[in-house]
Design a protein around this ligand. Structure first.
Ligand code: NAD
Length: 351
């Protein structure tokens, strides 16, 4: 590989524009964005003109066959994550694919297997792992300050935050609503801090109560007439090591706060709320709370993209990997399956 990573972008929408490209461009000594592919030519052309990218394609296959690339950002709607990622890996590229990994477990497994066969990095856009809160708490957890973490609460819940743009309310293109879109971030954060334990049983309930009716939109006016995803999921996941997570995620719910993105962990030596970070312990017969006096202000997307670039250039492995992507997808799809079937889903196989 050259000293400069040649990057292609698949999907010229919001996340490519705000999180991937500007952060690649912070490292012009290490990265050159060579091409962008989008099925809507105008989107690709606009992005190329804004960021001075030389090559524009309407098909990622054509892009992969025409220009020499070392790495690709997959920034399409969820439906195309697997096919674009697999094509890029087969073309010899490292891949950072936006979250969620895919639409189905089979897709996530195929993505992981292709990465392994190709000997290329496959990582996912799970940037909350790079927040200062998570990075700091991880150091406490690694030093055994929480002991064995056996319980967690995961919230990604909005009062009226149904996206009024993009395809986030289209089941066909996204695979689901708040669980697969925002719940995935907090679920992954909890799993990462718990050491990605092996899931055992998943029980979920899904609702569509507010999204399919006209109402106040705090994130723009959404297309309520074609709202085909759930607006809330509640669930419980148990793990083979005895731990459990209780999860609540919603695009819209009648709650006080505008939005709550939070993870709480409970271990036998201590507990923690992650956003904002606070650690709870009992020491010298006293209950104590530890609050960081200072945490650096960082752009988690920026750290994620820098880490991806460095891993591609050095061969180091990113902290989010394809195997975890399969486990995450398995839990998400089992929550949906459980909600649909009205019964708990036992995950039989090792992930
Ligand atoms: N990490 C985060 O915080 C975060 C935030 C927003 C979105 N995302 C993820 O990023 C992805 C894209 O979201 P977005 O907000 O940028 O969506 P978007 O709708 O703004 O952009 C998607 C782009 O992909 C293009 N596209 C569709 N099918 C394609 C295909 N087969 N090949 C090439 N291009 C194709 C569309 O024309 C569009 O330009 C989603 O998976 C979403 O979950 C992640």
């Amino acid at each position: 590989m050259n000293n400069v990573l040649r990057v292609g972008i698949i999907g010229a929408g919001g996340i490519a524009r705000v999180a991937h490209i500007p952060n690649y461009l912070k490292h012009v000594d290490k990265v050159k964005i060579v091409a962008v592919a989008d099925v809507v030519r105008e989107n690709a052309e606009q992005l190329a003109s804004t960021f001075d990218i030389d090559n524009v394609f309407t098909s990622y296959d054509e892009m992969l066959n025409t220009v020499e690339l070392d790495a690709v950002s997959v920034c399409t709607p969820n439906k195309f994550h697997a096919e674009a990622t697999i094509a890029a890996l087969k073309a010899g590229c490292h891949v950072i694919c936006e979250k969620p990994p895919a639409m189905t477990v089979e897709e996530a497994e195929k993505m992981a297997a292709t990465a392994q066969q190709a000997g290329k990095i496959l990582t996912y856009g799970l940037h909350y792992r790079h927040t200062p809160e998570v990075e700091a708490l991880k150091r406490f957890i690694d030093a055994d300050e929480l002991g064995g973490i056996y319980a967690a609460r995961v919230h990604a819940i909005r009062r009226r935050g149904i996206p009024g743009w993009g395809v986030f309310t289209n089941k066909e293109l996204q695979g689901g609503g708040p669980l697969i879109d925002i719940g995935v971030h907090m679920l992954d954060t909890a799993l990462y801090l718990m050491g990605y334990p092996e899931p055992d049983t998943v029980f979920g309930v899904a609702y569509q109560k507010l999204g399919n009716k006209k109402g106040v939109g705090l994130s723009g006016e959404w297309d309520w007439e074609n709202f085909s995803v759930e607006d809330m999921v509640r669930g419980m996941i148990t793990f083979k090591n005895g731990a459990s997570i209780i999860l609540e995620t919603a695009f819209a719910a009648n709650i006080e706060q505008r939005e709550e993105m939070s993870v709480s962990l409970m271990g036998d030596k201590g507990g923690a709320d992650v956003f904002p970070l606070k650690i709870y312990q009992e020491k010298h017969h006293t209950l104590i709370d530890i609050t960081p006096a200072y945490l650096p202000k960082v752009d988690a997307h920026g750290i994620q993209m820098e880490s991806f670039v460095n891993c591609c250039l050095t061969g180091n492995q990113p902290i989010s990997n394809a195997k975890q992507g399969v486990a995450l997808q398995k839990i998400i799809n089992s929550l949906y399956e459980s909600a649909e079937k009205g019964k708990a889903i036992k995950l039989s196989r090792t992930v």
